[in-house]
Design a protein around this ligand. Structure first.
Ligand code: F6R
Length: 608
């Protein structure tokens, strides 16, 4: 949700800002803008639409400047337009602000500032902050920002510059990510690490309510009372190339192809030379597990779908009762949470506002909070008591793929670990399962190699406006993920139905030519799925089925069949979902959709 880049140094700031914003465009692409110091003034350029428009503008009319801030926007307050784009300024353009997040009390502030004579030009909540800073400014912009923090309510990350103090960029954050990149004779602010990786690997991960002041020569961090704080430097070990397209047409395709490697890395939690699971920073003991009478898994979107499979695994292997909740529901439904509760939050970005709120609610009620996240240093990482990292590497495409499969591998590790600790799983059972899990990278690679076949399905059916995914047991959860992936990037309406539920309503939607994706990977439910396939075909559906190779009977019932290798039922979701990811990808490209930047969406949902 919105990307921020700030630069102060010796380089042309527009080059650094535009290159940083390119890396952050996944966070929002409704508009882009920047502000740069030039000749003792601040020049602002901002345009509705993709970053490319700003880029072209700067190419044709360069700004000579070595300090500035930039922004790529996902609209919250006010439609995407030039005027609502960031940066926003006070009336004489001496104070300039870019913002990620939401100012909850902006209406009240806008009314008060209007009464005091301030004129607003946009519909955004951010403009309020520019005028508020103007009202508070008495010759010290740091002081004005500090005062502003006690007035604004909401979640935010800001970068602020002031014409009268041309030697500093100020950053603040609360519940929205902001990091500082430390260079030699230059410093950076950004919403996410990839934006600054071409220049430095030394990063400071800002905490809530801190104020950071970046000058050319250094970075100073203050707490909200104005006391200076020590800077703990985080050295980024992953490569800038990891966050580049690397020859693939889209990030999503690249990330699908990276899945065997992500799985392989995450499997290290279950080392082959030991008969135990080693979860690093997860310190939950056997005694803890005996105390918990309830496990909640909370997450949003794709991570929620991983949680549904997590519930199945933890209940099966650790015999603990698990509830899975959508974080935005959990936080508002007064759940029963106490010291005997373990809450597991799953989040790729580690910055999802609802997931964080759910974690805080649980913590405030005495629960132990564990997180599964892909981003070291993210808010989820910092606020959880126990953390397990999915080792997927940076995920850039809005549609989550490699994060999902590594979340699943992590959930196998967690459930098997809990099972071993509790004694509900024997060492031999564990070793047998682990052996199977280690085949997953190969199974997934074989599916990726069938890419062209999947593309043909998409070519043939690309004009469909509706699609249905049906499955039973674990397959029904994979259907939910496949359906989400398809709708978010191809805009085809789709629904996932537990196949046993068809007769209770959804089958009414099936008519001649309806495309139905049927997942039939669960051996003990196979016969039942065959009946469900017959039922939808009898009503005219065209069925594409996915099944284990040994269940050949399926070829007689379905119009087309794709196979996964023979493997235990419990691990089929990982290879199966890869088929569905590729299917969604090809439907989207065949329909000419912008795969990596689907409409209305952004990566990392830092607002409610
Ligand atoms: C869908 C997708 C989203 C995210 C959701 C949660 O492809 O990516 O549904 O899964 O916004 O995001 P995280 O995992 O960052 O909390």
């Amino acid at each position: 949700m919105c990307g921020i880049v700030g630069y102060i140094g010796e380089k042309q700031c527009t080059d650094v800002i535009l290159s940083g914003l390119t890396k952050l465009e996944y966070r929002g692409y409704d508009s882009a803008g920047l502000a740069a110091f030039k000749d003792k003034a601040i020049e602002t350029r901002k345009f509705k639409g993709r970053l490319q428009i700003l880029d072209e503008n700067i190419k044709h009319h360069p700004i000579e400047s070595t300090m500035g801030i930039g922004h790529t926007r996902w609209a919250t307050h006010g439609a995407p337009s030039d005027v609502n784009s960031h940066p926003h300024t006070n009336e004489d353009h001496s104070i300039v602000v870019v913002h990620n997040g939401i100012i909850e009390n902006y209406l009240e502030l806008r009314e008060r500032l209007s009464k005091n004579g301030y004129k607003f030009t946009s519909q955004t909540d951010t403009e309020v902050v520019a005028h508020l800073l103007d009202e508070l400014y008495r010759g010290d912009i740091i002081d004005a920002v500090r005062q502003m923090l006690s007035i604004v309510k909401g979640s935010y990350a800001f970068a602020v510059v002031c014409k009268n103090e041309p030697d500093k960029i100020i950053g603040v954050r609360k519940d929205s990510p902001l990091i500082v990149g430390l260079g030699k004779g230059e410093n950076f602010l950004a919403s996410d690490i990839p934006a600054i990786l071409p220049y430095t690997r030394e990063v400071y991960l800002m905490q809530d309510d801190e104020i950071v002041v970046c000058t050319r020569d250094g970075v100073t961090v203050y707490d909200k009372d104005g006391s200076e704080k020590p800077i703990e430097i985080f050295h980024v070990t992953w490569n800038a190339i990891d966050a580049e397209k690397g020859g693939y047409e889209h990030f999503m395709l690249k990330e699908i192809h990276e899945q065997p490697e992500g799985i392989r890395k995450t499997l290290h939690y279950m080392p082959e030379d030991k008969d135990e699971v080693i979860l690093g920073d997860v310190k939950i003991t056997k005694e803890d597990l005996q105390r918990y009478n309830k496990v909640y898994i909370v997450a949003c979107g794709t991570a929620y779908h991983a949680g549904l499979i997590g519930k199945y695994l933890i209940e099966k292997y650790a015999r603990m009762s698990v509830e899975v909740d959508i974080a935005s529901e959990f936080r508002y439904r007064n759940p029963i949470v106490d010291e005997q509760t373990l809450l597991i939050a799953i989040s790729q970005s580690g910055e999802t506002a609802d997931t964080l709120a759910a974690m805080r609610l649980a913590k405030n009620n005495g629960a132990r909070v564990m997180a599964i996240t892909n981003v070291i240093g993210s808010s989820v990482d910092r606020e959880a008591q126990d953390v397990l990292y999915t080792l997927a590497g940076p995920e850039i495409a809005v549609a989550s793929t490699k994060a999902y499969v590594t979340q699943l591998v992590s959930l196998y590790a967690v459930s098997l670990h809990f099972g071993l600790l509790k004694g509900t799983l024997t060492k031999d059972e564990y070793i047998a399962l682990r052996r199977e899990l280690y085949h997953l990278p190969g199974y997934v690679q074989r599916i990726i190699d069938l890419d062209k076949k999947i593309q043909n399905i998409a070519k043939e059916h690309k004009d469909k406006e509706d699609m249905y995914f049906i499955g039973r047991g674990l397959d029904s959860y994979v259907c939910m993920e496949g359906s989400l992936k398809l709708k978010e990037i191809s805009y085809i309406h789709s629904e996932a139905a537990a196949a046993g539920e068809l007769k209770h309503g959804p089958i009414a939607l099936i008519e001649e030519g309806t495309l139905v994706i049927a997942l039939c990977t669960q051996d003990f439910l196979f016969e039942k799925m065959l009946s469900n396939i017959q039922e939808v075909r009898a009503r005219g559906a065209y069925v594409v089925a996915f099944s284990k190779r040994s269940n050949e009977a399926i070829t007689k019932e379905a119009d087309e069949t794709f196979f996964i290798d023979d493997m235990p039922d419990d691990i089929t979701p990982i290879p199966t979902v890869v088929y569905l990811q590729l299917l969604a990808y090809h439907f989207a490209t065949e329909r000419g959709c912008d795969v990596d930047k689907p409409r209305n969406l952004a990566k990392s949902v830092t607002v409610e």
